[in-house]
Design a protein around this ligand. Structure first.
Ligand code: FNR
Length: 188
């Protein structure tokens, strides 16, 4: 199998984040020949066009992680019915300057966890709109919305809910399949 490298990006900075915990769960559920690292957003400053050239080191390092990945998995916290600003800010940075948008052409999937009953769906649909301008290739199905998050994780933040583990595995499989389909064949 062609190896696939995924980068996971969570929009929550807090230590006990359910969204980040979903990425950790994903690392346990990967198909064969697939690896996934989690990019951290802690050092990324608020976006400012005046700082684009040269970009801050944390931004350059984040862009490097995205650039070398074959596919992206976003964990999308929903804040006030939309994408958490931390995540949108990191996405904006890595899309600039315009001719160096590192998201372009990458297959992408999303997960979200929320304490509410819609599981972050509204934030995912907002982010899906950004994929158009970012020129990414989103997975349509399955959709993974983890509602009532405190009931789905144990004390150590391990995803314990079997139906959620199953749908997350299916999402990863869809992301890897699309990544392999989009990749140009290796030269003979
Ligand atoms: C929230 N939360 C939330 N949940 C939701 O389902 N819809 C929403 O619009 C909001 N809005 C919102 C705004 C702000 C500022 C905060 C801090 C929280 C609750 C949110 O789902 C919950 O805090 C999650 O646990 C956040 O994700 P992490 O940090 O656990 O990954």
């Amino acid at each position: 199998m062609i190896p696939v490298q995924i980068v996971g990006v969570s929009g929550s900075l807090r230590a006990k984040s359910y969204n980040r915990a979903l990425l950790v769960a994903a690392q346990e559920l990967l198909p064969p020949d697939v690896s996934m690292e989690i990019a951290e957003l802690h050092g990324i400053p608020p976006y400012n066009m005046d700082l684009e050239d040269p970009a801050p080191p944390a931004v350059l390092s984040f862009k490097g992680q995205i650039r070398k990945a074959d596919a992206v998995l976003f964990a999308v916290p929903e804040y006030n019915y939309s994408v958490a600003g931390i995540l949108k800010n990191a996405i904006d940075w890595a899309s600039r300057p315009y001719q160096d948008n590192v998201w372009a052409g990458k297959p992408v999937a999303m997960v979200s966890a929320s304490i509410g009953m819609l599981g972050g769906a509204r934030a995912q649909y907002d982010l899906r709109r950004s994929f158009v301008f970012l020129d990414m290739h989103p997975i349509n199905r399955p959709e993974v919305f983890v509602s009532f998050a405190p009931t789905k994780f144990d004390e150590q933040l391990r995803l314990k809910d079997e139906p959620t583990r199953k749908v997350l595995r299916q999402l990863l499989s869809a992301l890897v399949d699309l990544t392999r389909r989009l990749r140009p064949p290796a030269p003979k």
